[in-house]
Write a protein that binds this ligand. Structure first.
Ligand SMILES: [Zn+2]
Length: 143
């Protein structure tokens, strides 16, 4: 399961809207399955139909710090499920949480892709209480 608090969702939605008409792509930085933040990547393909994720290389070191990285990209109007191109180009994201945001439906979905097939992954969108300033900026705080 992947938990996406409202702040991370907002960040990835803003990015998807800003990149129109092309697909946006980036990373969710997860700790114990909960997204702590969204990091924008660059779509080197600059295409409305596919993405090639380009990242600040520093982000890869987060894995050494115990974070899990999940790729996120947008679909402008097609449903938020992996396209044939996505499956073919899954590369190192195979077996990891793989998220797609559909701009037209304002819908976020998570998957895992292995080989030529994919499975839906449970996704929980959580109100992170951004209106309560006292609770912000406490990564991994127990609830
Ligand atoms: Zn796609």
């Amino acid at each position: 399961m992947v938990v996406v608090p409202a702040a991370s969702r907002r960040a990835l939605v803003e990015h998807a809207l800003a990149e129109r008409p092309n697909e946006s792509c980036g990373l969710l930085v997860l700790r114990n399955g909960v997204a702590e933040r969204y990091e924008r990547g660059r779509n080197a393909a600059a295409s409305p139909y596919r993405f090639e994720l380009e990242l600040d290389p520093e982000l890869w070191f987060l894995e050494d710090e115990g974070y899990e990285l999940a790729v996120v990209h947008s679909h402008l109007s097609s449903p938020p499920r992996p396209s044939r191109t996505d499956v073919e180009n899954v590369g190192l994201w195979q077996g990891k949480p793989y998220l797609i945001y559909c701009v037209a439906r304002d819908e976020l979905a998570a998957w895992t892709i292995s080989g030529s097939s994919f499975e839906k992954l449970a996704l929980l969108e959580r109100d992170d209480g951004a209106s309560r300033p006292g609770e912000r900026g406490l990564p991994g705080a127990p609830r």
